[in-house]
Design a protein around this ligand. Sequence first.
Ligand code: SF4
Length: 498
Amino acid sequence: MRQLSKSKIIAFRQCPKRLWLELHRPELRDDSGSEMVFAIGNQVGDVARQIYDTADDGRLIDVAEIGWDAAFSETAAWLSGTPAPLFEAAIRIEGALALADVMLPEAGDGGLRWHMLEVKSSTGVKDYHREDLAVQTYIATAAGIDLASASLAHVDNSFVYPGGGDYQGLLTAVDLTEEARSMAGDVANWISEAQEVAALTVEPEIETGPHCSAPFDCPFRHHCDQNMPSIEFPLGSLHRVGPKKRDELEALGYDDLREVPDEMLSPVNRMIKKQSVAGEAWFDAEGAATDLAPHTGTSYFLDCETIGFGVPIWKGTRPYQQLPFQFSLHIVSHDGEVEHREFLDLSGEDPGEAFAQALIDHCGTTGPVFVYNAGFENGVMRGLADRFPHLATGLLSIVDRVVDLLPIARNRYYHPSQHGSWSIKAVLPALCPELSYDVLDGVKDGHAAQRAFLEAMAPETAPKRKQKIERELLEYCKLDTLAMVRIWEVFSGQRDLV
Ligand code: SF4
């Protein structure tokens, strides 16, 4: 019998085929895009050791350094007699193993007992965390560890980092002991069912569906999709149609949104269907021009890039708070002259105040400030106003001038190539094919911008690499605001729709 790790058992819970592929075809995994999630998880894990080892007498079991056999024996020895915290405790039973993030001693009359904590980088308890803790609790209990309690520790997003490396208060623990214990029978079944799947000699036949992206994006999606018939307008291209409704439509035999009867679709999805059937764009030019008519004078086009740290690194900031590090600003005067301004700070120091000051300096005092998705840029500027009260008046006066191009695009324009999305990257190629994110080198979307920012601010990044990243980030953000200028020109009637 194989020894299945907790993560393999959780993979089985998502999809038996995923478990089989993890074990038998691991080379098919595609982990691109998940590095950031892992990095945040590691940072939270590191900080947990500081938080739960205040006396600095704990021990980390480092499997990579000492190997599995030593990890199991040293964990067992520690838990049987050392009343101090243990991190990454390696525990095994027949058929399963787990690494417990934190084990805290609880001395009592009956001898040494343990409080087990699973540390998560999320800001609350999710359903799959409950299963995760139940598996952990089952393995620890079956291994003979005297568990006093089992909790899930997650990030408290109201925590404000006071600086100086002090993270007390970053994590909040939720006691789930009874719930975890009550699931013991289920966990035993999951382990034995997972063992049956692991022993299969051929890949199980399971179709893709909503389970492929919940609770995690499955890293085998590409493999499972490759033999699927390609659908030109899949149901996923419907606007704001969740997995439940998609399942309902699929159960009725609809794969392509063009097959779905009109009466089952919202007005916007009827329009999407109509244009997809016709294969042509819909544009309410008069309506778009009317929407933009009140916004005259010098026009500003603003886009911000932000980063959120699970473990805040800048004093006065909260976990996952969106902190701006870059903006691009195109300025179009009333006579059509175009200027460009930009800000980017890759120093690794808190860029907030300099960003806010530069924004105030470049945005003038009158004229519309066009953005694409006002909730985001307004949130950035309001967050800066809270953090830097002496700049609040200037920032909030820019917020007052913000005009959102997104609802205008959503209400006035659609091309079938958008596939149900009005993101600027979906609208731009249809509206202005001469501008394309494909020509960019390296950074082509917001997530890539965040990854590039993290790499550039890391002290070990070589200066040459940092310069390349700087160029890529500047080019990327500049294209975002140039795209807004072009969209605005078409919508306001200054440029013909091609
Ligand atoms: S992509 Fe979907 S069907 Fe394929 S292994 Fe992953 S979860 Fe299972």
